[in-house]
Design a protein around this ligand. Structure first.
Ligand code: PMP
Length: 365
């Protein structure tokens, strides 16, 4: 079929120059072993479905009303779980939306924002969209961050912790160093994967009372198995949260729909399920790391629900390994960027999925 020609003459130069984010593949058929987008291999707490069903069955009439604009009940439950005040929480449709608001609100147009040269690929997209001068700082040879390299004037810093796609964790003491060094810049720590860290105290949320320039984002997409519900949040000093709300309310951006708010509350209320599920993923990550290492892979020390690993030379070029896995129905992620093109990012699956990955790799040698 001929693709209809798009009349770019009618688009503004601004839109034509944007480079959008390319989402990971979401295959249509089920026979594939999908280890490419860092979703949780386990279902969400059954309490989530019960809560959503409850709205649909018993409160369907409420659906004719707009949802609570600031997700009050959800924020109240979140405040208890995360031990912060409700006015220190901002809720959005996934942390990607929260991050978009953060770029728009806090990163000053044409002033620099520092970020690692290997990091979450949405940051350059937002920087482009909001005209932020994103300055990349090289990771060390072992893919860790040296916070001393961030000693330069900037209006903000954004770091995923654990970092993506590497999985490497920046210790809290280093985050405090950044915060002390940059009292007048907004420091954003994107903790999409923090619940998979071996140490339970790795989160910077505990620092928001101490540093009024800190914003920590988290998501229900990974550790709460709710990527399909779109729930993300930011924790920060109440005045930064007020700025985010002011920005959000300046155009028609609603927070969460009624089903998402009800499901998210139920997820938070089932802490035992959450903890058990994370422990399973962490244990599986250790197993996969060990098995890949035995196959000759170089595996970075991951604190996330994925591993960043380089195949042994005996398996051929990394891109070929990626393609051969794909041909066998195992989808992982390959980054076509010079510094990391020799690595694969592999999401931790169920024990069965991981075994399929390992068996397929074994047959490649
Ligand atoms: N931050 C990082 C580092 C991520 O990898 C992702 C998921 N791709 C997100 C944020 C956004 O996740 P979500 O919008 O599903 O909350």
């Amino acid at each position: 079929d001929a693709t209809p020609e798009i009349n770019t003459r009618l688009w503004s130069t601004l839109i034509r120059n944007l480079t959008p984010y390319t989402p990971g593949e979401q295959p249509k058929h089920d026979n594939l072993c999908k280890l490419n987008t860092n979703e949780n291999p386990f279902p969400p707490s059954p309490k989530v479905a019960e809560a959503i069903a409850q709205v649909l069955l018993n409160q369907a009439d409420h659906l004719k009303r707009y949802p609570a604009p600031e997700s009050d009940e959800l924020r109240a439950v979140m405040a208890q779980v995360y031990q912060v005040a409700p006015n220190q929480i901002f809720v959005g449709n996934g942390s990607d939306e929260v991050l978009a608001h953060i770029f728009a609100c806090f990163f000053v147009k044409d002033r620099s924002v520092l970020t690692p040269d290997i990091g979450y690929s949405f940051y350059p997209v937002y920087a482009d969209t909001f005209h932020v001068d994103l300055v990349t700082i090289a990771l060390k040879a072992d893919f860790s961050i040296d916070v001393d390299d961030y000693r330069r004037p900037c209006s903000g810093i954004i770091i995923a912790n654990p970092n993506a796609p590497t999985g490497v964790l920046l210790p809290l003491a280093d985050i405090e160093k950044l915060l002390q060094e940059h009292r007048n810049a907004v420091i954003v720590i994107d903790e999409a994967y923090i619940d998979f860290a071996d140490t339970p105290n790795a989160s910077a949320v505990s620092l928001i009372d101490k540093y009024d320039n800190l914003v920590v984002t988290q998501t229900f997409s990974k550790s709460r198995s709710l990527a399909g519900l779109r729930v993300g949040m930011a924790f920060a000093n109440h005045s930064l949260i007020e700025a985010l709300n002011r920005y959000k309310n300046s155009f028609n951006s609603y927070p969460l729909d009624r089903l998402a708010q009800a499901g998210a509350v139920a997820s938070l209320q089932d802490n035992d399920y959450f903890v058990a599920c994370n422990q399973k993923v962490i244990a599986l990550r250790h197993d996969v790391t060990q098995a890949l290492t035995q196959l000759g892979f170089t595996v970075l020390p991951s604190q996330a629900n994925f591993v960043f690993a380089k195949p042994p030379a005996s398996m051929g070029e990394t891109l070929q390994v990626f393609e051969k896995l794909r041909a066998q129905g195992v989808i992982v992620r390959h980054f076509n960027k010079p510094k990391i093109s020799s690595y694969l990012r592999i999401t931790i699956g169920t024990a069965e999925q991981n075994q399929r990955l390992l068996d397929t790799l074994t047959n490649l040698v």
